[in-house]
Structure formats: structure tokens, C-alpha cells
Ligand binder design. Structure first.
Ligand SMILES: Cc1cc2nc3c(=O)[nH]c(=O)nc-3n(C[C@H](O)[C@H](O)[C@H](O)COP(=O)(O)OP(=O)(O)OC[C@H]3O[C@@H](n4cnc5c(N)ncnc54)[C@H](O)[C@@H]3O)c2cc1C
Length: 509
């Protein structure tokens, strides 16, 4: 849970100052004047993967220290829905994943994928084994692409929320945190970002980190596990790896640090082309760069692109890979025509109730509680308002003729109960009552995928295919999913790879 309060702005300022201290090279053990801390295994990052890795390394007999950049642990794992995969038949699941890899034209390491799926059998029992007594899990869906062969062998589970709380990764991470800090008494050094790996003759022997503006050297006798997430808060890396403008739904700590550290040692990099994400992140103040869950109270809304036209069935938009669907680039107009898109609706829809799920912001953390009548959000300018369709079109810079024609067609569909995009028109309502509204929406990331490639022992591999001695990874850092991302795969991967990496590092000679 959160140890301290922090705003996005002061975190960014602080981390930029710390980053300025960091050099671009690895540190050499011979230059280390003094080791400030020492353990068999040093885990960098205290999210799901870091928590799982710390537990597993400790249980395999190693002493462990965890370094966490933020004043609190949890990372995207805590911010997430906390859903993870449980596999019943790993062979069928392998067929399914190969199907996903084929249609997304993605690289997979078959040995690694099979191991992951084998390890995902019985995940529900394993998660319950470290959660408090009385914890219940619910199955909330099957594989993302049900038409593929083998899809039935994969299910998504999450912790059943207590006291009507929204489902989130909070209870999952709290169970990990309690196992690490309370039950195993593993030290977690908060506000201590890892900056450089320390190397002795090519072997990783420790981590240089920043604590209270000073450098500390943390010795790792058996191994370092990089579990510090991906690069979603690193604008340069995003520009290099992702298409178009993206917003962030996750926590601010993940800036690709571990990827850069591993690259310095020659790590091979894969799956950087993808991020899990939805298409509807929208701005709601400085603290909340993107909100995830528009929940329109009536069917009186449409989604238009920058030309003012609809292009899909709005009710069918998928949450986890829709991100990819809007990232097209039009080489004639030289624009991303769907970045942003606009949710357009009228006064009847505005007055019918809350337009967004109440929990907004870093999903579950640093929340903004949306008002019941949407008026403060209109006053804040997050929702744009105009007295006419023409004025609204001007506000959002789309063709007034196109927008008017789109709305006319939509209203006619509400009458005829037939929609050319296949929307359920029993629920459709006309957009006719002024004032009119628009919310600009952007692709928004649920983390970013990829990073250093790992082998089946979670060792980070170099570009020649050799493990970098004593360097391991877990979780989203080095994720196998890329554009194959689907709900449940990432939290599952964090837990599984943490468990594998912790054991492998602890048993390293
Ligand atoms: C809104 C949202 C919903 C999601 N829902 C799901 C879902 O239901 N199911 C699913 O499978 N996936 C989901 N995801 C994705 C999933 O949450 C992540 O992929 C996964 O939790 C990553 O776990 P991790 O342990 O690798 O990284 P994180 O949990 O992000 O932990 C990384 C930690 O490393 C720390 N760190 C970063 N740099 C450093 C450094 N230099 N030194 C020390 N510490 C550092 C960070 O502060 C952070 O605490 C969701 C993501 C979001 C944002």
C-alpha cells in the first residue's frame, strides 16, 4: 500500500534530478569503494513480479533485498484489475497462443511459452496459498480470442472484491507485500531507484542506486532480478516503440530503467512494439493523465474520428488491444485520424448520470471521484460543451458538415433501429437535445510490453543468445507479449516469472 503521498508532478521533478546523477555506463566492481548493503539476491522493483521474486528467492534459501524507486510498492500490478490467467490444459493453451502469435505476426520462444503455460496450471491455488484466509477468486472470462483453437483451456481470474470495492490489483499486491515485508521480513528500500548494474568480469555483482540523493552500492552475491516494469512513462522510448500519441493509465515509476540497464550489457531486446491498452484514455487534470472507463448512462452517444465520422460499433470496443486499432496513420492527410477520437453526446445523455466510472486516474490509486451530474468536469474543460453541432465541430476541429451528417444518420438509425455498424439499436438514443458535448479520447497504455529477452530460467540473454551472468528478469520488463497482449497475461506473467526468477537466482552458484 502507499507509504506516502506523492503527486505526479513532484515525482517527475524529483526523478529527473536523480536521473541527472546517473551515468550512461555500467559500474565496475573494482571502482566500488564500499558496499552499503548486501544480499544473495537483489530485486529491483516492488510490483507483482518483484514481490513474487522476493518471496520465491527467500523461500529457496536466499537472503533478499528489494529496491523500489517510488515511496510505495505496487507498480502497475496494484493499479491493474489484478486479473491473471489460469490454464487447465497447457497443450491446448499452447495451440491457442500459437494462433495469436500467427495472426499478430509475433515472435515467440516456444520453450519459454510452453514453460509459462505449464506454470500457469494451478495458478488459482498458488495465488490463494499466499493470500489471507477467506480470500475468494472469481473467474471473470475466458481467453481474449474465443474463436481460436484451444481458447477454452485459458480462463481469467481475479480476487473477489470485499466490501463492494471495485476489483483491482490492490488486494493481490497487498498479499504479496505482506508476505515479503511482514511475514518474511525482507527489507524493501523505498525511494531507492536502481541506476546502474555493477559488473565484475562480465558477471553482475550488484546494483548502484540512489538513496537520499546519494549513491549506494548494493551487493548481490547470487544475482540481480530486474522487475522494474516497462517504459510507459518514458516519452523518448514511447516515441521509438509505439505509434501515435499515447496516454498512461499506470503508475509513474516505470520509465524503462531496467531495459536501459540490461541494454548496456548487450541484452537482446524483443516485443517492444506493443502495449496493452485501451482506446479511450482522456485528460482529466494534471494528476490524472488518462481515465479508463467511460460508462455512458444511455445509448445516446457515438464515437467519431478526426473527420467527424463514425467508423465502428462503439459497444464492441475491446479494452486491452483497442489501442492498436486506433493507431493507424493516414499518409495522405499525414495525420493519425483516430488520435484523438471524440465521444459525442447531447444534454439528455449528460443529465442521465455519471459518464465515467467513479474511479478515475491511476486506476484504483490517486483516484479522482467523478461527479454524479458531470458538471464539475464540464466546468474543468475535460468535457467540451457547445450550443450547436456546428459549434461543437469547431471546438473539436472536425468538419461541421461531416459531424452534422454523422449525427443525422445516427438519429435516423435510432428511428429505423438499424445501424450500419451493427450496434444494438434497442439501446440507441438520438443526439438531438442541446447543448452538445464531446470528450477527446486517446490510446492509453496498461503498461508497455517487451524489453530484454529471457530464457526459461529468466536469465536475460545477450544478442548472441548467451545468458548475461547473474542477471535475471521478471514481469513486464522483457514481457513475451508485445502486440499479443491480452487481459490476464501480464499479471500472470509477473507472478510466474517472479516465482521462476527468484528460485533460479537463489540457486545460482
Ligand atoms: C489500468 C491497468 C489495468 C491492468 N489490468 C491488468 C489485468 O487485469 N491483468 C493483467 O494481466 N494485466 C493488467 N495490466 C498490466 C499489468 O498490471 C502489468 O503488466 C503487470 O502488473 C506488471 O507487473 P510488474 O511487476 O512487471 O511491474 P509493476 O507492477 O509495474 O512494478 C514495477 C515496479 O518497479 C518500480 N521501478 C521502476 N523503475 C525502478 C528503478 N529504477 N529502481 C527501482 N524500482 C523501479 C516501479 O516503481 C514499480 O513499483 C493492467 C495495467 C494497467 C495500467
Amino acid at each position: 500500500m502507499m507509504q506516502d503521498s506523492i503527486t505526479r508532478r513532484n515525482f517527475v521533478v524529483g526523478s529527473m534530478a536523480a536521473a541527472a546523477c546517473a551515468s550512461a555506463s555500467v559500474a565496475l566492481a573494482e571502482d566500488v569503494a564500499q558496499w552499503d548493503q548486501e544480499a544473495d539476491v537483489v530485486v529491483v522493483g516492488f510490483g507483482g513480479a518483484g514481490g513474487s521474486a522476493a518471496m520465491s528467492a527467500f523461500d529457496a534459501g536466499a537472503s533478499v533485498i528489494v529496491l523500489e524507486k517510488m515511496p510505495f510498492g505496487g507498480g502497475d500490478t496494484e493499479v491493474s484489475t489484478g486479473g491473471f490467467l489460469n490454464v487447465t490444459d497447457p497443450e491446448a493453451a499452447f495451440t491457442y497462443i500459437k494462433g495469436v502469435a500467427a495472426f499478430t505476426v509475433s515472435e515467440t520462444d516456444e520453450d519459454w511459452m510452453q514453460l509459462y503455460l505449464n506454470e500457469s496450471v494451478g495458478m488459482t491455488d498458488w495465488v490463494l496459498s499466499f493470500c489471507p484466509e477467506g480470500t475468494e477468486l472469481i473467474e471473470y472470462g475466458k481467453a481474449q480470442y474465443p474463436s481460436l483453437e484451444g481458447a477454452d483451456s485459458v480462463s481469467k481470474f481475479k480476487i473477489y472484491p470485499q466490501n463492494n470495492e471495485p476489483t483491482s490489483g490492490i488486494p493481490l499486491f497487498e498479499a504479496l507485500r505482506s508476505n515479503v515485508e511482514d511475514q518474511r521480513q525482507i527489507p524493501v528500500l523505498y525511494n531507492t531507484p536502481a541506476k546502474r548494474l555493477i559488473v565484475d568480469n562480465g558477471v553482475v555483482v550488484g546494483v548502484e542506486a540512489i538513496q537520499d540523493s546519494a549513491i549506494i552500492n548494493v551487493k548481490a552475491n547470487k544475482g540481480v532480478i530486474l522487475a522494474c516494469g516497462s517504459y510507459e512513462n518514458n516519452d523518448t522510448m514511447k516515441r521509438n516503440c509505439l505509434i501515435g500519441e499515447t496516454r498512461i493509465l499506470g503508475t509513474p515509476g516505470n520509465t524503462g530503467d531496467g531495459i536501459r540497464m540490461a541494454q548496456k550489457l548487450g541484452a537482446d531486446i524483443w516485443h517492444m512494439n506493443g502495449a496493452g491498452g485501451c482506446a479511450w484514455g482522456f485528460e482529466c487534470g494534471e494528476e490524472h493523465q488518462a481515465a479508463a472507463r467511460p460508462a455512458m448512462p444511455t445509448g445516446g452517444f457515438i464515437w467519431v474520428d478526426k473527420t467527424g465520422k463514425r467508423f465502428f460499433n462503439e459497444e464492441k470496443m475491446e479494452r486491452h488491444s483497442a489501442f492498436l486499432g486506433v493507431g493507424i496513420f493516414d499518409t495522405v492527410t499525414m495525420t493519425y485520424p483516430r488520435i484523438p477520437m471524440y465521444i459525442v453526446f447531447d444534454e439528455n445523455n449528460r443529465a442521465a448520470g455519471q459518464l465515467v466510472d467513479s474511479k478515475t486516474g491511476f486506476f484504483g490509486l490517486h483516484e479522482y471521484t467523478w461527479s454524479a451530474d458531470n458538471m464539475p468536469e464540464i466546468e474543468a474543460g475535460w468535457i467540451l460543451r457547445a450550443d450547436s453541432i456546428e459549434e461543437l465541430a469547431q471546438l473539436i476541429n472536425v468538419s461541421p458538415e461531416n459531424l452534422a451528417a454523422t449525427i443525422e444518420t445516427w438519429n435516423a438509425s435510432c428511428e429505423s433501429k438499424e445501424d450500419s455498424f451493427g450496434r444494438d439499436m434497442d439501446w440507441g438514443r438520438p443526439i438531438a437535445e442541446p447543448p452538445f458535448y464531446a470528450i477527446p479520447t486517446y490510446p492509453a497504455t496498461m503498461g508497455a510490453q517487451g524489453g530484454p529477452k529471457r530464457n526459461t530460467s529468466c536469465q536475460i540473454m545477450d544478442v548472441e543468445g548467451n545468458p548475461i551472468p547473474h542477471l535475471f528478469s521478471a514481469g513486464e520488463l522483457g514481457s513475451q507479449w508485445g502486440i499479443m497482449f491480452q487481459p490476464g497475461v501480464a499479471v500472470g506473467e509477473a507472478l510466474v516469472t517472479g516465482r521462476l526468477a527468484g528460485k533460479a537466482a537463489a540457486t545460482m552458484e
